[in-house]
Design a protein around this ligand. Structure first.
Ligand SMILES: C[S@@+](CC[C@H](N)C(=O)[O-])C[C@H]1O[C@@H](n2cnc3c(N)ncnc32)[C@H](O)[C@@H]1O
Length: 407
């Protein structure tokens, strides 16, 4: 039995993304009062404190689905034998992408964003959170039939079919056969027409690309004439505008079943992961492990460098980072950046790359880099102490920092 405070306990939490709502652990008491399905896995000690058995995969599932409901108004169901997403990590990844869009691509909050999530899983967690919390639109792929069906149901149950389109793929597919596929193309175009925002941007780059405003459906209904969509697809293909703003992926990490024993692999100083492992083997295992999967993604990214602005993926094992960096260098992106995602007792890494020379992805520092930066120390000569009071010394330093564009 694990005490309530351990939901996101441990030293890694101080490096969680500053906007991650789970930096403050959720109240299990409140959650148990609201959600009977969560309450079913709770026990209470003599002081009335609520405890959850994190070693029980059903308790872990009830926690995730109750939090999605309480904190994001998302009704999500996950089949028994499929991966239960832990929300602090999912939000750390999404918030980092939001930072890349804001600080490297200079998008404002109104900017229309269209993304691809490779391997949405049964919960469809990234597209659902991305659509609900950030207003982004997604094309999601999934190779497993059960997960695909479950993800589809979750999208429908939350009435997000205007923002999320799912495609069942073969497991040897990453971007190929997805981006060029007719149904995906029509949906993305409808989505962009519906948003009406991209049109102005597109027209700036290519005057012929601008559809007539009068053709747009003012009620935001999906009611486009097939000919109109086809004509827009052709124009968009001719135009060099990026079709997708970013891609994301939580790849199957392991190359064989034995590797999936996370309890053994866990770093000694961080202790065992608190939650029971969940998910089917094919969700965690892929031929050649994550290195093969990500290498393939990097190779394919070269084919779609004019269609997708930022490519990103999670990396599950620190030891793989070097190999993935090597694979990336052979693709020669114009910029790439690596970050850490810290939560609870688990660490993951994220890598982003782009072929768009205008994007400086490395301007977005990892939270750990920021937190571990040594403080700036300025030794004032004793002789100046009589000249400067503390506030006036501070004003002077402030001026220098402004001048250097540090603050
Ligand atoms: C580690 S799970 C991640 C699920 C979800 N994105 C999450 O973060 O909770 C990986 C998912 O990718 C799917 N998958 C594996 N290979 C794939 C491929 N080539 N294309 C699309 N999905 C794939 C698996 O079936 C599984 O659902």
């Amino acid at each position: 039995m694990a005490p309530e405070k351990k939901f996101v306990s441990s030293k890694l939490n101080k490096f969680m993304h500053p906007r991650n709502p789970y930096r403050t652990p959720p109240s299990f008491k409140k959650l148990s009062m609201k959600f009977p399905e969560f309450r079913a896995y709770c026990t209470y000690d003599v002081s009335g404190k609520v405890h959850l058995d994190f070693k029980n995969p059903r308790a872990v599932r009830a926690l995730t689905t109750s939090l999605l409901d309480q904190d994001f108004d998302l009704k999500v169901s996950i089949p028994d034998d499929r991966l239960v997403p832990t929300l602090p990590l999912r939000l750390n990844y999404l918030l980092w992408i939001e930072d890349l869009l804001t600080h490297a691509a200079h998008y404002d909050s109104e900017h229309f964003v269209l993304a691809i999530d490779i391997g949405v899983g049964a919960a469809c967690v990234y597209p659902l959170l991305g659509a609900k919390r950030f207003g982004w639109c997604f094309v999601g792929t999934e190779s497993d039939q059960l997960s695909f069906t479950s993800a589809h149901t979750n999208v429908q149950n939350n009435n997000l079919q205007d923002k999320i389109f799912l495609k069942k793929v073969e497991s040897n597919i990453i971007f190929k056969d997805v981006i060029g596929e007719e149904k995906v193309k029509s949906w993305t175009l409808e989505c962009k027409l519906r948003s009406k925002v991209d049109i102005a941007e597109c027209s700036k780059k290519c005057a012929e690309c601008e559809p007539q405003a009068s053709q747009l459906n003012p009620q935001n209904e999906v009611n486009f004439d097939e000919g109109q969509v086809k004509a827009e697809i052709k124009k968009t293909e001719e135009c060099s505008t990026y079709l997708y703003d970013f891609t994301m992926c939580n790849p199957p990490f392991f190359s064989c079943e034995e590797e999936t024993d996370t309890m053994k692999k866990s770093k000694k100083d961080r202790g065992e992961p608190l939650s029971a492992p969940t998910g089917a083997i094919h969700e965690k295992v892929t031929e050649g492990g994550e290195i093969s999967f990500i290498t393939k993604m990097i190779e394919e990214s070269q084919l779609f460098k004019d269609k997708i602005r930022i490519f990103t993926t999670l990396i599950g094992t620190k030891a793989h980072i070097k190999l993935i960096k090597n694979a990336l260098s052979t693709a020669s992106p114009s910029c790439s950046v690596l970050t850490e995602f810290c939560q609870g007792r688990t660490m993951r890494w994220g890598v982003a790359w782009t072929f768009d020379p205008s994007l400086k992805l490395n301007q977005v520092k990892s939270k750990k880099d920021m937190a571990t930066n040594k403080p700036l120390i300025l030794m004032m000569p004793r002789s100046l102490m009589s000249v400067y009071s503390v506030p006036s010394a501070w004003n002077m330093i402030n001026k220098w920092l402004h001048h250097l564009k540090v603050i």
